[in-house]
Design a protein around this ligand. Structure first.
Ligand SMILES: Cc1cc2nc3c(=O)[nH]c(=O)nc-3n(C[C@H](O)[C@H](O)[C@H](O)COP(=O)(O)O)c2cc1C
Length: 206
């Protein structure tokens, strides 16, 4: 039986500092066939949407959020041997518990690759992090203007993941060209996908 719910190791305390990570950040589309340690998946998810503390009763995260409505949801697509200690599958990140929950078993990378206009890095990366949104969380407070706020927040999350990857010597690329409904179907999610971020060890040093 695969693990269905897993508490992740704590957020990292090592790696490159923020200015060096900014200098190192590049879009990487070619990855080694080598799995990623669980602690690195933990670091990337935490950077993208982790909890940093509680202010006035609301858990605050690594990204700013309009009115602290937090519309973003992160999913991890783990390939065969993609992340040490995790079976291939689709996992939802639960920021409040810093854990992942298995929502679909098996390696779905080929389906995700086809949904992403056959961009090879989506098929080949050992791991992809998907940033998705529940727009209603923000539009119910801000009306139509909330739509732009959600897109802005996806940018914050994506950049955090880029910088965390650079800090750990990993590579990623923000992929936005895909068929939304296909991605939802392949992952089995109801939230709207905004970015696919394939992650792996860069084949060439940038
Ligand atoms: C909104 C947005 C959409 C993007 N979509 C894709 C994509 O579908 N596929 C891809 O390979 N790269 C995509 N990229 C990555 C850009 O191609 C990349 O950031 C750009 O070439 C600059 O290179 P750099 O990130 O290494 O600085 C996207 C970037 C952004 C900001």
């Amino acid at each position: 039986m695969p693990v269905t719910r897993l508490r992740l190791p704590g957020p990292p305390t090592d790696g490159l500092g923020v200015f060096d990570a900014l200098r190192e950040r590049r879009s990487v589309r070619s990855f080694k066939e080598k799995g990623i340690p669980l602690k690195n998946l933990s670091a990337l998810l935490w950077a993208g949407q982790g909890v940093v503390g509680v202010v006035r009763g609301i858990m605050r995260r690594t990204t700013p959020s309009a009115g602290a409505t937090y519309p973003l949801f992160l999913y991890a697509v783990v390939g065969e041997s993609g992340v040490e200690g995790l079976e291939a599958g689709v996992y939802e990140y639960v920021p409040e518990e810093h854990e992942v929950v298995l929502i679909r078993e098996g390696d779905v990378r080929r389906g995700l690759y086809k949904a992403a206009l056959s961009q090879g890095w989506v098929r080949d990366a050992p791991l992809s992090i998907i940033i998705a949104a529940d727009f209603n969380r923000t539009t119910s407070v801000y009306g139509a203007r909330g739509i732009r706020y959600v897109y802005m927040e996806a940018g914050h999350s994506s950049q955090n993941i880029y910088l965390a990857a650079a800090s750990l010597g990993l590579g990623t690329v923000a992929v936005a060209a895909f068929y939304d409904d296909e991605v939802k179907r392949v992952l089995g999610i109801r939230h709207d996908p905004l970015y696919i971020m394939p992650v792996g060890w860069p084949r060439k040093r940038m």
